[in-house]
Design a protein around this ligand. Structure first.
Ligand code: PEP
Ligand code: MN
Length: 341
């Protein structure tokens, strides 16, 4: 962090300020120019609030050189993080560090036949995880809200039938206990900056799939991951799911550049959700391939056995047949990127 003091700051004030900074555990290098004094802070500045410093009477400007996130930062953890989930059949489903994770399933769990049938088809095609919403964050309170606890029970039945680990979205702190049955907890785009929830999930012993907020920057996503990691839970998967832009042909705009940026800045696995990014099923295969080619560690795709009758997000759901064809080509893209499925 670099701090430029105001022109004409008395020496005694500079000394006082340096003293104050050194009490925060950093070393301060003082450079005196002809008209201005500049301070260079060396050490861990993650918990130093630059806005608070900028408000100081004698401070002209504060420039943060290092990112404000530490645990999620690749600088302090150069190796890729691998997330592994043990399966009932003794196998392991993985995401990250060269392993391409494919998560597939319907937007919402609807019936036992629906979820078990989709689980069987996506497993057959090579998916490593089953997704299914039990509690849905719908824009309208009159839309289908999900089956709730019954949805979680049906997911468990699909897990029993296929052995696939299950992922479902948690909406609030009060649900943490009932989500003990899932293998990975999803935090949806709308909750990405629910800091009370993120802090609570920091004490949770399960991987967290953290989706990027529709109007959040890459740094804000990393800071949200930092909240979870600061509580002691290092198993965070980042998910780019499209952001809101002026383009309205697609439901959101998939920010492809976020993938290499996140991979550069962080060691956490990065996956892409092309279904919510586009809102159109026919765009899902192209963007899944683009995601892998851009370096993503996996994808999460909505698959429905009968998209026309889906209770939620049918328009963006691909059929098991399309998913199966997509998986065959993804294997080639993964191999090209040096990853295995
Ligand atoms: C979902 O995954 O079903 C979902 C609601 O996604 P998002 O939070 O990205 O909108
Ligand atoms: Mn959905």
């Amino acid at each position: 962090m670099i701090i430029a003091m105001k022109w004409g700051t008395p020496h005694i004030e500079v000394l006082r300020f340096v003293n104050l900074l050194e009490k925060r555990g950093v070393k301060v290098n003082v450079s005196e120019g002809t008209s201005q004094i500049v301070l260079g802070l060396v050490g861990d500045t993650t918990d130093i609030d630059e806005e608070a410093l900028a408000a100081h009477q004698w401070v002209e400007k504060v420039i943060r050189v290092q990112e404000p996130y530490k645990r999620a930062n690749r600088l302090f953890h150069p190796e890729d993080t691998l997330i592994e989930v043990a399966r009932q059949d003794g196998a392991v489903s993985s995401i990250g560090a060269g392993k391409l994770g494919v998560i597939a399933g319907p937007c919402s769990v609807e019936t036992q036949e629906q979820i078990v049938s989709i689980a069987e088809s996506v497993k057959q095609a090579g998916a490593g995880f089953l997704r299914g919403g039990a509690f849905k964050p719908r824009t309208s309170p009159y839309s289908f809200q999900g089956l709730g606890c019954e949805g979680l029970e049906l997911l468990l039945e699909a897990k029993k039938a296929t052995g696939l680990p299950i992922i479902s979205e948690l909406m609030g702190i009060h649900q943490i206990e009932i989500f003990d049955v899932v293998d990975i907890i999803q935090v949806g785009a709308r909750n990405m900056q629910n800091f009370t929830l993120l802090k609570e999930l920091g004490h949770c012993h399960k991987p967290i799939l953290l989706k990027r907020g529709a109007a959040c920057t890459v740094t804000e996503l990393l800071m949200a991951a930092e909240y979870i990691m600061a509580g002691g839970n290092d198993r965070v998967i980042l998910c780019e799911r499209g952001i809101r832009t002026f383009e309205n042909y697609t439901r959101n705009t998939l920010d492809i550049s976020a993938i290499p940026v996140l991979k550069k800045q962080s060691h956490l696995p990065v996956i892409v959700d092309p279904s919510h990014a586009t809102g159109r099923s026919w765009l899902v295969p192209a963007l899944s391939k683009a995601a892998i080619a851009a370096g993503a560690d996996g994808i999460m795709v909505e698959v429905h056995n009968n998209p026309a009758t889906a209770l939620c997000d049918g328009e963006q759901s691909i059929t098991p047949q399309v998913f199966s064809t997509l998986m065959a080509s993804l294997k080639q893209y993964a191999a090209f990127e040096g990853k295995t499925l």
